[in-house]
Design a protein around this ligand. Structure first.
Ligand code: FDA
Ligand code: NAD
Length: 434
């Protein structure tokens, strides 16, 4: 079988891969030095579009419209761009074996790729209900969303089950974004999740109450405190109902499951150091194996701001970690170094007419400020997280670009606060003064 050598290989063709390729091109590479190997059939794209614009009933986003790097306001890297730069895009190619000692990767079809420097950018895979043996979970139209192929299956199901019933299992990012966009497609939508409120890993009860109220006003039904324990299907194998642990049964033509992701690190088990479920890196995203880097969802890296190690599953970090790794690689070739990665966590989501941003760390006490009435024409509200008398985290729904910049600054500067009542009254005004 064929064997090919590259100076640099990026394993994975998602968000981090696209931003790494752009940084390599900026820093200067020779034709034929860099390859991206991806099991997806298309060039790197902005994954967040899949749960938003890609599923709109009208004017849906389609490639090539959202190839990287448009997500951060940059140039769109079309397949031709890679060709012009002499970057080889090796698509529809799944790597099934990685041997870091011989610096080689083997594809499912048996091809071998060797490298001098490897960047692991394999991202995450979805956790499936079949992984826990949930009865009937392999029925047709029980769908997940990670890659563009999954999104195409969803589009086909939405068309096939027009105005039908959808059940969304999970109350996290996928749950909230998918229930909104399926409602926009005029499906009858019910969300089911085990926790007392949606997005518990970030939202406080107060923040969640706004979104749950807003979603209810849009006609989304919410069933909390229970999980799906089984599914019924018809003679074609199509799902017809979701059985809940509390005994209720929900009719369903489509089920979308968003119960979390898992970083794809299994190719490297035992070959490099891991931490907190990810591949352990330094502040330049180099792993415990020299010349092997890990970026994006798979990296557990030093979070300088909080003095600990973390893994982040969001797009802003995947872009910035990729750029940092490439800068560090290129600098080290010239015997130079770059500054350590100093990341301020940034997460966001959009659904219906809503858009929120969060910066920092959601630890400590919280205050809620602003207009959080789900029935308001233009709701605008937020929260601060306060620990040891300082603000660590800030959340804002409905903010302008300037207002979002202001809360980002608060989370970075960590100003001291003495009176939480005053902070609640000042709300966004407090951020504007920092
Ligand atoms: P990413 O998943 O982008 O890419 C991994 C690539 O590696 C894929 O192309 C995959 O096929 C490939 N791969 C994996 N194993 C392989 C193998 N063995 N061989 C070959 N190729 C392999 N974040 C945010 O901040 N705001 C948002 O709105 C959203 N929205 C959003 C929507 C949806 C539907 C998802 C799934 C995720 C988001 N995210 C998000 C999260 C964000 O998209 C995510 O953190 C980044 O895509 C991570 O970038 P990576 O490059 O690490 O992985
Ligand atoms: P998530 O971790 O955000 O949410 C998982 C949710 O699953 C939990 O909140 C819980 O409600 C629910 N859950 C867990 N077990 C369950 C069960 N047995 N039955 C019902 N519900 C159960 O994960 P996700 O929403 O699946 O997202 C997957 C990945 O995609 C994550 O990495 C996420 O960061 C990323 N993503 C991010 C965004 C964004 O940042 N805007 C958007 C979409 C996806």
């Amino acid at each position: 079988m064929a064997e090919k050598h590259f100076k640099y290989v990026i394993l994975g063709g998602g968000v981090a891969a696209g931003y790494a390729a752009r940084e390599f091109a900026k820093q200067g590479i020779n034709k034929g030095e860099l390859a991206i190997i991806s099991k997806e059939a298309v060039a790197p794209y902005e994954r967040p579009a899949l749960s938003k614009g890609y599923l709109f009933p009208q004017g849906a986003a389609r490639l090539p419209g959202f190839h990287t790097c448009v997500g951060s306001g940059g140039e769109r890297l079309l397949p031709e761009w890679y060709e012009e730069k002499g970057i080889e895009l090796i698509l529809s190619t799944e790597i099934v074996k990685a041997d870091l000692s011989s610096k080689s990767l083997t594809s499912a079809a048996g091809s071998t790729f060797t490298y001098d420097i490897l960047i692991i950018a394999t991202g995450s895979s979805v956790i499936k209900l079949t992984d826990f043996g949930v009865q009937g979970a392999d029925a047709n139209n029980i769908l997940y969303l990670r890659e563009i192929d999954d999104a195409d299956k969803l589009v086909a199901a939405i068309q096939a089950k027009k105005d039908g019933k959808a059940v969304i299992v999970g109350g996290g990012y996928i749950g909230l974004e998918l229930s909104a966009v399926l409602r926009l497609n005029n499906l009858d939508v019910t969300m089911v999740y085990p926790e007392p409120w949606c997005m518990p890993r970030l939202f406080t009860a107060g923040i969640a109450a706004f979104y749950e109220g807003y979603y209810a006003n849009k006609g989304v039904k919410i069933v909390k405190g229970t999980v799906a324990v089984g599914f019924d299907s018809d003679s074609n194998g199509d799902v017809t109902a979701v059985k809940l642990k509390d005994g209720r049964v929900l009719d369903a033509d489509i089920v979308v499951v968003g119960v979390g992701g898992r970083p794809l690190t299994s190719l490297f088990k035992g070959q490099l150091a891991e931490e907190k479920g990810g591949i352990k890196t330094d502040a330049f995203f180099q792993t415990s194996v020299p010349g092997v880097y890990a970026v994006g969802d798979v990296a557990t890296f030093p979070m300088m701001l909080y003095g600990d190690l973390r893994r982040v599953e969001h797009v802003d970090h995947s872009r910035k970690s990729a750029e940092q790794a490439v800068k560090a690689i290129k600098a080290s070739e010239e015997g130079k170094s770059v500054e350590e990665y100093d990341y301020l966590p940034y997460f966001y989501s959009r659904s219906f007419d809503l858009a929120w941003q969060f910066y920092g760390d959601n630890v400590g006490d919280t205050v809620l400020f602003g207009d959080n009435d789900p029935a308001s024409a233009k709701p605008k509200f937020g929260s601060y997280w306060i620990k040891d008398g300082k603000i660590f985290g800030a959340f804002l729904e409905g903010g302008s670009a300037d207002e979002n910049n202001a809360i980002a600054k608060v989370a970075r500067v960590q100003p001291a606060v003495s009176d939480l009542n005053v902070l609640t009254q000042e709300g966004l005004q407090f951020a504007a003064k920092i």
